[in-house]
Design a protein around this ligand. Structure first.
Ligand code: SF4
Length: 225
């Protein structure tokens, strides 16, 4: 009997990857609840604070709900609770007297800094991967996030692969094959952005073509016609 024959029957690879991701998801959730509990916040309230910290001009309720992937009612409840705690305030939208945005108060800003650090416990585990493993992992994450976005499972992210400035495999340098036409600079898989402030959505045809080039190319640099 070969060594291979002695191996126990195993789950298919895609199932094992899914189980691994689910374990990381459980760890994130447990950490979020533990940290939130210490601060008297729910995980959603913590996420609202972290999101507002990244958007100092404030966000409307609808934008908060869209970016968090929750209902308007859920985000409204969280904002009401944060307002009661003095962590957020509502102010008129600049140039639009009818609109209102949610912003952080100075106390909220301090809480937000702590809330934004919740996923940092994962940094140690990610840091243990080699740079090549990290870049490969990031590329796979980009592909998964895009699929989930297309199926409406998670909010749309400002990723390179959906940006009109993204030109994959434009350069012969295997370490930095992609090109960002916004800053006119080459970059590699490890520098792919998941939430870029300079992101501009590509038209549907361009996005589909860019994705095809990005996914079908591995080591061999290719040029977009
Ligand atoms: S502008 Fe940002 S999202 Fe767009 S290609 Fe450049 S780095 Fe990527």
């Amino acid at each position: 009997m070969s060594a291979e024959d002695q191996l126990p029957p195993d789950e298919p690879l895609d199932r094992r990857v899914t189980i691994g991701l689910a374990k990381i998801g459980i760890a994130l959730k447990q950490q979020a609840w533990a940290e939130a509990g210490e601060r008297g916040l729910t995980p959603t309230q913590g996420q609202v604070l972290a999101l507002l910290r990244a958007n100092p001009d404030g966000l409307r309720l609808r934008a908060l709900a869209e970016q968090l992937g929750v209902t308007s009612a859920t985000v409204s409840d969280s904002v009401t609770a944060l307002h009661r705690k003095g962590l957020v305030a509502k102010q008129p939208t600049a140039g639009d007297g009818r609109g209102v945005v949610v912003v952080l108060t100075p106390t909220g800003n301090r809480e937000a800094a702590a809330a934004a650090a919740w996923p940092d416990f994962l940094l140690e585990a990610v840091g243990a991967l080699s740079p090549v493993e990290q870049a490969t992992f990031l590329r796979a994450l980009v592909a998964m996030i895009r699929t989930l976005q297309e199926k409406g499972r998670i909010p749309v992210a400002r990723m390179c692969v959906s940006c009109r400035f993204f030109q994959p495999f434009q350069h012969d340098n295997p370490a930095r094959p992609h090109h960002c036409a916004f800053v006119e600079a080459p970059f590699g898989d490890g520098e792919l952005r998941l939430d870029c402030p300079d992101h501009s959505p590509a038209p549907v045809d361009q996005a589909a073509h860019t994705w095809e080039v990005f996914r079908s190319s591995t080591a061999t640099p290719r040029r977009i016609p």
